[in-house]
Design a protein around this ligand. Structure first.
Ligand SMILES: [Zn+2]
Ligand SMILES: [Zn+2]
Length: 381
Protein backbone atom coordinates (compact mmCIF):
# COMPACT_ATOMS: atom_id res chain seq x y z
CA UNK A 1 0.00 0.00 0.00
CA UNK A 2 1.38 3.34 -1.01
CA UNK A 3 1.94 5.66 1.88
CA UNK A 4 -0.24 8.71 1.98
CA UNK A 5 1.28 12.13 1.80
CA UNK A 6 1.76 13.55 5.32
CA UNK A 7 0.17 16.87 4.42
CA UNK A 8 -2.78 15.08 2.93
CA UNK A 9 -3.12 12.88 6.00
CA UNK A 10 -3.42 15.97 8.19
CA UNK A 11 -5.50 17.84 5.63
CA UNK A 12 -3.17 20.84 5.48
CA UNK A 13 -1.40 22.66 2.68
CA UNK A 14 2.35 22.32 2.10
CA UNK A 15 2.69 25.91 3.22
CA UNK A 16 0.95 25.25 6.56
CA UNK A 17 2.49 26.90 9.62
CA UNK A 18 3.53 25.01 12.74
CA UNK A 19 0.34 26.20 14.37
CA UNK A 20 -1.83 25.02 11.47
CA UNK A 21 -0.27 21.59 11.72
CA UNK A 22 -0.83 21.40 15.45
CA UNK A 23 -4.46 22.47 15.09
CA UNK A 24 -5.11 20.01 12.29
CA UNK A 25 -3.53 17.26 14.32
CA UNK A 26 -5.70 17.99 17.33
CA UNK A 27 -8.80 17.82 15.21
CA UNK A 28 -7.80 14.58 13.52
CA UNK A 29 -6.53 12.97 16.68
CA UNK A 30 -9.79 13.74 18.46
CA UNK A 31 -11.67 12.15 15.60
CA UNK A 32 -9.64 8.98 15.36
CA UNK A 33 -8.45 8.45 18.91
CA UNK A 34 -9.03 4.79 19.91
CA UNK A 35 -10.86 5.84 23.07
CA UNK A 36 -13.50 7.49 20.88
CA UNK A 37 -13.83 4.83 18.23
CA UNK A 38 -15.28 1.57 19.43
CA UNK A 39 -16.94 -1.38 17.74
CA UNK A 40 -17.31 -1.16 14.02
CA UNK A 41 -14.71 0.99 12.35
CA UNK A 42 -12.43 0.87 15.39
CA UNK A 43 -9.74 -0.88 13.40
CA UNK A 44 -9.89 1.64 10.59
CA UNK A 45 -9.89 4.56 13.01
CA UNK A 46 -6.83 3.13 14.70
CA UNK A 47 -5.04 2.93 11.38
CA UNK A 48 -5.98 6.50 10.62
CA UNK A 49 -4.97 7.62 14.06
CA UNK A 50 -1.53 6.09 13.58
CA UNK A 51 -1.22 7.72 10.20
CA UNK A 52 -2.19 11.11 11.54
CA UNK A 53 0.11 10.74 14.50
CA UNK A 54 3.04 9.79 12.33
CA UNK A 55 2.35 12.69 10.00
CA UNK A 56 2.23 15.07 12.92
CA UNK A 57 5.45 13.75 14.41
CA UNK A 58 7.22 14.30 11.15
CA UNK A 59 5.79 17.66 10.21
CA UNK A 60 5.98 19.17 13.70
CA UNK A 61 9.74 18.61 13.70
CA UNK A 62 11.33 21.30 11.51
CA UNK A 63 14.31 19.14 10.58
CA UNK A 64 12.21 16.12 9.66
CA UNK A 65 9.75 18.28 7.78
CA UNK A 66 12.56 19.75 5.66
CA UNK A 67 13.85 16.27 4.84
CA UNK A 68 10.36 15.14 3.97
CA UNK A 69 9.76 18.15 1.75
CA UNK A 70 12.94 17.40 -0.15
CA UNK A 71 12.92 13.61 -0.40
CA UNK A 72 9.39 12.54 0.42
CA UNK A 73 8.88 9.40 2.54
CA UNK A 74 12.34 8.22 1.58
CA UNK A 75 13.79 11.17 3.46
CA UNK A 76 12.33 10.26 6.86
CA UNK A 77 11.96 7.02 8.72
CA UNK A 78 9.19 7.12 11.28
CA UNK A 79 10.81 4.26 13.17
CA UNK A 80 13.98 6.19 13.72
CA UNK A 81 14.18 8.38 16.74
CA UNK A 82 10.45 8.83 17.00
CA UNK A 83 8.86 8.20 20.32
CA UNK A 84 7.20 4.88 20.77
CA UNK A 85 8.98 3.03 18.01
CA UNK A 86 7.81 -0.14 16.34
CA UNK A 87 5.36 -2.19 18.35
CA UNK A 88 4.91 0.34 21.09
CA UNK A 89 1.37 1.51 21.72
CA UNK A 90 2.58 5.06 21.74
CA UNK A 91 -0.19 7.58 21.94
CA UNK A 92 2.29 9.81 23.64
CA UNK A 93 2.34 12.57 21.05
CA UNK A 94 -1.35 12.96 21.46
CA UNK A 95 -1.46 14.00 25.08
CA UNK A 96 1.62 16.09 24.51
CA UNK A 97 -0.12 18.14 21.85
CA UNK A 98 -3.15 18.63 24.05
CA UNK A 99 -1.48 19.30 27.32
CA UNK A 100 -2.58 17.89 30.62
CA UNK A 101 -6.32 18.48 30.30
CA UNK A 102 -6.82 16.01 27.53
CA UNK A 103 -4.02 13.87 28.79
CA UNK A 104 -5.99 13.37 31.99
CA UNK A 105 -9.11 12.35 30.15
CA UNK A 106 -7.41 9.73 28.07
CA UNK A 107 -5.13 8.39 30.74
CA UNK A 108 -7.89 8.27 33.31
CA UNK A 109 -5.41 8.52 36.16
CA UNK A 110 -5.54 11.10 38.91
CA UNK A 111 -3.04 13.71 37.86
CA UNK A 112 -1.50 11.34 35.38
CA UNK A 113 -0.22 12.70 32.13
CA UNK A 114 2.14 11.63 29.45
CA UNK A 115 5.51 12.92 28.48
CA UNK A 116 8.09 11.88 25.99
CA UNK A 117 9.18 8.28 26.11
CA UNK A 118 5.59 7.13 26.41
CA UNK A 119 5.77 6.50 30.17
CA UNK A 120 3.03 7.45 32.53
CA UNK A 121 4.02 10.33 34.75
CA UNK A 122 2.45 10.96 38.11
CA UNK A 123 2.35 13.90 40.40
CA UNK A 124 3.88 13.12 43.78
CA UNK A 125 1.75 12.74 46.89
CA UNK A 126 0.94 15.72 49.04
CA UNK A 127 2.41 15.75 52.51
CA UNK A 128 0.89 17.11 55.65
CA UNK A 129 2.78 18.64 58.55
CA UNK A 130 1.11 19.50 61.84
CA UNK A 131 2.52 22.63 63.45
CA UNK A 132 1.59 23.66 66.95
CA UNK A 133 1.88 27.33 67.83
CA UNK A 134 0.80 29.51 70.73
CA UNK A 135 -2.14 31.89 70.58
CA UNK A 136 0.27 34.84 70.74
CA UNK A 137 2.19 33.47 67.73
CA UNK A 138 -1.08 32.98 65.86
CA UNK A 139 -2.05 36.59 66.55
CA UNK A 140 1.31 38.10 65.63
CA UNK A 141 2.37 35.73 62.90
CA UNK A 142 5.59 33.78 62.99
CA UNK A 143 8.57 32.80 60.94
CA UNK A 144 9.61 29.31 61.64
CA UNK A 145 11.92 26.61 60.39
CA UNK A 146 10.74 23.08 60.04
CA UNK A 147 12.44 19.86 59.05
CA UNK A 148 10.65 18.08 56.27
CA UNK A 149 11.43 14.92 54.37
CA UNK A 150 13.12 15.35 51.03
CA UNK A 151 14.31 12.92 48.43
CA UNK A 152 17.63 12.86 46.69
CA UNK A 153 18.85 10.76 43.80
CA UNK A 154 20.56 7.61 45.10
CA UNK A 155 24.33 7.94 44.84
CA UNK A 156 24.95 4.21 44.75
CA UNK A 157 22.98 3.55 41.58
CA UNK A 158 23.00 7.06 40.13
CA UNK A 159 19.22 7.20 40.38
CA UNK A 160 18.53 4.24 38.12
CA UNK A 161 17.34 1.99 40.94
CA UNK A 162 19.36 -0.89 39.50
CA UNK A 163 22.26 -2.50 41.34
CA UNK A 164 25.56 -1.08 40.02
CA UNK A 165 26.66 -3.12 37.00
CA UNK A 166 23.10 -4.12 36.15
CA UNK A 167 20.41 -2.09 34.43
CA UNK A 168 16.67 -1.70 34.31
CA UNK A 169 14.80 -3.50 31.57
CA UNK A 170 11.82 -2.34 29.60
CA UNK A 171 8.65 -3.82 31.05
CA UNK A 172 7.40 -6.69 28.88
CA UNK A 173 3.74 -6.33 29.90
CA UNK A 174 3.36 -2.81 28.58
CA UNK A 175 6.31 -2.61 26.20
CA UNK A 176 7.77 0.09 28.36
CA UNK A 177 4.83 2.44 27.98
CA UNK A 178 3.67 2.15 31.58
CA UNK A 179 0.07 1.60 30.58
CA UNK A 180 -1.96 -1.30 29.29
CA UNK A 181 -5.20 -1.26 27.29
CA UNK A 182 -8.00 -3.44 28.53
CA UNK A 183 -10.89 -4.06 26.22
CA UNK A 184 -14.17 -4.37 28.07
CA UNK A 185 -16.95 -4.83 25.57
CA UNK A 186 -17.15 -1.60 23.63
CA UNK A 187 -14.82 0.20 25.93
CA UNK A 188 -11.10 0.37 25.83
CA UNK A 189 -9.74 1.26 29.20
CA UNK A 190 -6.22 2.46 29.63
CA UNK A 191 -4.74 1.38 32.91
CA UNK A 192 -1.49 1.77 34.76
CA UNK A 193 0.60 -1.31 34.08
CA UNK A 194 0.33 -3.51 37.18
CA UNK A 195 3.78 -4.99 36.62
CA UNK A 196 5.87 -1.86 36.53
CA UNK A 197 3.37 0.49 38.26
CA UNK A 198 3.52 2.89 35.36
CA UNK A 199 7.27 3.32 35.27
CA UNK A 200 7.65 1.25 32.09
CA UNK A 201 10.70 -0.39 33.63
CA UNK A 202 11.41 -3.56 35.50
CA UNK A 203 14.48 -3.71 37.69
CA UNK A 204 15.62 -7.32 37.91
CA UNK A 205 18.41 -6.57 40.38
CA UNK A 206 17.40 -3.63 42.58
CA UNK A 207 19.95 -1.37 44.19
CA UNK A 208 20.16 -2.25 47.88
CA UNK A 209 20.86 1.32 49.01
CA UNK A 210 17.49 2.65 47.76
CA UNK A 211 15.49 -0.59 47.36
CA UNK A 212 15.27 0.07 43.64
CA UNK A 213 13.60 3.46 44.14
CA UNK A 214 16.49 5.40 42.65
CA UNK A 215 16.07 7.96 45.39
CA UNK A 216 16.71 8.09 49.10
CA UNK A 217 14.75 9.89 51.78
CA UNK A 218 16.64 12.68 53.53
CA UNK A 219 15.43 15.76 55.30
CA UNK A 220 15.75 19.46 54.73
CA UNK A 221 14.98 22.69 56.51
CA UNK A 222 12.15 24.79 55.24
CA UNK A 223 11.42 28.40 56.15
CA UNK A 224 7.74 28.83 56.91
CA UNK A 225 5.95 32.13 57.24
CA UNK A 226 2.84 31.88 59.38
CA UNK A 227 0.57 34.84 58.61
CA UNK A 228 -0.74 36.92 61.52
CA UNK A 229 -4.27 35.98 62.54
CA UNK A 230 -4.07 32.35 61.48
CA UNK A 231 -6.54 30.07 63.17
CA UNK A 232 -6.79 26.47 64.27
CA UNK A 233 -7.09 24.01 61.39
CA UNK A 234 -5.94 26.43 58.69
CA UNK A 235 -3.46 25.09 56.18
CA UNK A 236 -0.50 26.72 54.52
CA UNK A 237 0.53 25.27 51.20
CA UNK A 238 4.13 24.98 50.25
CA UNK A 239 4.07 24.12 46.57
CA UNK A 240 6.39 21.38 45.35
CA UNK A 241 7.61 20.33 48.78
CA UNK A 242 5.63 17.11 48.87
CA UNK A 243 6.76 13.74 47.60
CA UNK A 244 8.52 13.65 44.23
CA UNK A 245 6.59 12.65 41.14
CA UNK A 246 7.02 9.41 39.20
CA UNK A 247 8.84 9.42 35.85
CA UNK A 248 9.66 13.10 36.11
CA UNK A 249 6.14 14.12 37.12
CA UNK A 250 5.74 17.21 39.29
CA UNK A 251 6.26 16.94 43.03
CA UNK A 252 3.27 17.08 45.38
CA UNK A 253 2.69 19.92 47.78
CA UNK A 254 3.35 20.23 51.47
CA UNK A 255 0.48 21.36 53.67
CA UNK A 256 1.30 22.83 57.04
CA UNK A 257 -1.68 22.41 59.28
CA UNK A 258 -1.96 24.79 62.20
CA UNK A 259 -2.78 23.66 65.73
CA UNK A 260 -3.07 26.29 68.41
CA UNK A 261 -2.09 25.40 71.97
CA UNK A 262 -4.64 26.01 74.65
CA UNK A 263 -4.04 29.37 76.31
CA UNK A 264 -3.99 29.83 80.09
CA UNK A 265 -6.26 32.86 79.98
CA UNK A 266 -7.87 33.36 76.59
CA UNK A 267 -10.26 31.33 74.57
CA UNK A 268 -10.57 32.19 70.91
CA UNK A 269 -13.80 32.36 68.96
CA UNK A 270 -13.06 33.47 65.42
CA UNK A 271 -11.49 36.89 65.78
CA UNK A 272 -12.87 37.40 69.30
CA UNK A 273 -11.23 36.45 72.55
CA UNK A 274 -12.91 35.54 75.81
CA UNK A 275 -11.51 35.52 79.32
CA UNK A 276 -12.90 35.08 82.79
CA UNK A 277 -11.90 37.71 85.39
CA UNK A 278 -12.20 36.80 89.07
CA UNK A 279 -13.33 39.85 91.08
CA UNK A 280 -13.49 40.14 94.86
CA UNK A 281 -16.83 40.48 96.57
CA UNK A 282 -16.14 43.98 97.86
CA UNK A 283 -14.87 45.31 94.50
CA UNK A 284 -17.94 43.90 92.78
CA UNK A 285 -20.12 45.47 95.45
CA UNK A 286 -18.47 48.87 95.75
CA UNK A 287 -17.15 49.19 92.19
CA UNK A 288 -13.62 50.09 91.15
CA UNK A 289 -11.15 49.63 88.39
CA UNK A 290 -9.66 46.24 87.63
CA UNK A 291 -6.73 45.38 85.45
CA UNK A 292 -7.39 42.84 82.72
CA UNK A 293 -4.86 41.06 80.51
CA UNK A 294 -4.98 41.42 76.73
CA UNK A 295 -2.81 39.71 74.10
CA UNK A 296 -0.90 42.95 73.60
CA UNK A 297 -0.48 43.93 77.28
CA UNK A 298 -2.90 45.16 79.90
CA UNK A 299 -6.12 47.14 79.94
CA UNK A 300 -8.39 48.54 82.65
CA UNK A 301 -12.07 48.05 83.17
CA UNK A 302 -14.08 50.40 85.36
CA UNK A 303 -16.49 48.21 87.33
CA UNK A 304 -19.66 50.03 88.34
CA UNK A 305 -21.05 49.65 91.85
CA UNK A 306 -23.09 46.47 92.27
CA UNK A 307 -21.51 44.51 89.37
CA UNK A 308 -23.16 41.09 89.25
CA UNK A 309 -21.44 37.75 88.77
CA UNK A 310 -21.44 36.72 85.07
CA UNK A 311 -21.51 40.30 83.78
CA UNK A 312 -19.56 40.67 80.52
CA UNK A 313 -17.48 43.63 79.45
CA UNK A 314 -16.41 44.09 75.86
CA UNK A 315 -13.07 45.62 74.95
CA UNK A 316 -13.33 46.70 71.35
CA UNK A 317 -10.48 45.78 69.02
CA UNK A 318 -8.59 43.81 71.67
CA UNK A 319 -9.24 40.51 69.90
CA UNK A 320 -7.32 39.09 66.97
CA UNK A 321 -7.15 40.44 63.43
CA UNK A 322 -7.90 37.39 61.33
CA UNK A 323 -5.96 36.51 58.20
CA UNK A 324 -8.76 37.80 55.99
CA UNK A 325 -10.24 40.38 58.37
CA UNK A 326 -9.87 44.09 57.90
CA UNK A 327 -10.05 44.93 61.58
CA UNK A 328 -9.46 43.04 64.81
CA UNK A 329 -12.15 41.33 66.88
CA UNK A 330 -13.06 42.14 70.48
CA UNK A 331 -12.07 40.87 73.89
CA UNK A 332 -14.92 39.78 76.16
CA UNK A 333 -14.22 39.77 79.89
CA UNK A 334 -16.63 37.65 81.88
CA UNK A 335 -16.78 38.71 85.52
CA UNK A 336 -16.62 35.95 88.09
CA UNK A 337 -17.38 37.22 91.59
CA UNK A 338 -15.46 35.30 94.21
CA UNK A 339 -16.98 34.21 97.47
CA UNK A 340 -14.43 34.82 100.27
CA UNK A 341 -13.07 31.69 101.97
CA UNK A 342 -11.11 30.88 105.17
CA UNK A 343 -12.56 33.74 107.15
CA UNK A 344 -11.07 34.76 110.51
CA UNK A 345 -13.33 34.99 113.55
CA UNK A 346 -13.38 38.75 113.15
CA UNK A 347 -14.34 38.61 109.46
CA UNK A 348 -17.02 36.06 110.25
CA UNK A 349 -18.44 38.43 112.87
CA UNK A 350 -18.40 41.31 110.38
CA UNK A 351 -20.14 39.20 107.73
CA UNK A 352 -22.86 38.31 110.20
CA UNK A 353 -23.34 41.96 111.08
CA UNK A 354 -23.41 42.83 107.38
CA UNK A 355 -25.93 40.06 106.76
CA UNK A 356 -28.22 41.37 109.49
CA UNK A 357 -27.99 44.87 108.04
CA UNK A 358 -28.87 43.56 104.54
CA UNK A 359 -31.85 41.64 105.92
CA UNK A 360 -33.05 44.74 107.69
CA UNK A 361 -32.80 46.61 104.40
CA UNK A 362 -35.01 44.09 102.65
CA UNK A 363 -34.87 42.70 99.12
CA UNK A 364 -33.64 45.89 97.51
CA UNK A 365 -30.06 44.79 98.24
CA UNK A 366 -30.48 41.56 96.26
CA UNK A 367 -31.73 42.29 92.72
CA UNK A 368 -31.59 38.69 91.52
CA UNK A 369 -33.19 37.24 94.64
CA UNK A 370 -35.98 39.81 94.40
CA UNK A 371 -36.86 38.94 90.83
CA UNK A 372 -36.54 35.27 91.67
CA UNK A 373 -38.97 35.42 94.62
CA UNK A 374 -41.35 37.42 92.42
CA UNK A 375 -41.30 34.64 89.85
CA UNK A 376 -41.87 31.97 92.51
CA UNK A 377 -44.82 33.98 93.80
CA UNK A 378 -46.24 34.08 90.24
CA UNK A 379 -46.15 30.29 90.02
CA UNK A 380 -48.09 29.75 93.26
CA UNK A 381 -50.61 32.51 92.65
ZN1 LIG B 1 20.06 3.15 44.51
ZN1 LIG C 1 4.69 -2.29 32.56
Amino acid sequence: MAKRDYYEALGVAKTATEDDIKKAYRKMAMKYHPDRNQGEGAKKAEEQFKEVKEAYEMLSDAQKRAAYDQYGHAGVDPNMGGRGGPGAEGFGGFAEAFGDIFGDIFNGGAGGGRRGGGQQVYRGNDLSYAMEITLEEAARGKESQIRIPSWEGCETCGGSGAKPGTSAKSCGSCNGSGTVHMRQGFFSVQQTCPHCHGTGKIIPDPCTACNGQGKVKKSKTLEVKIPAGINEGMRIRSAGNGEPGVNGGPAGDLYIEIRIKQHDIFERDGDDLHCTMPVGLTTATLGGSIEVPTLGGKAEIELPEGTQHGKTFRLRGKGIKGVRSSYPGDLYCHISVETPVKLTEHQRKLMKELDKSFRDGGERHSPNAKSWTDRVKDIFK
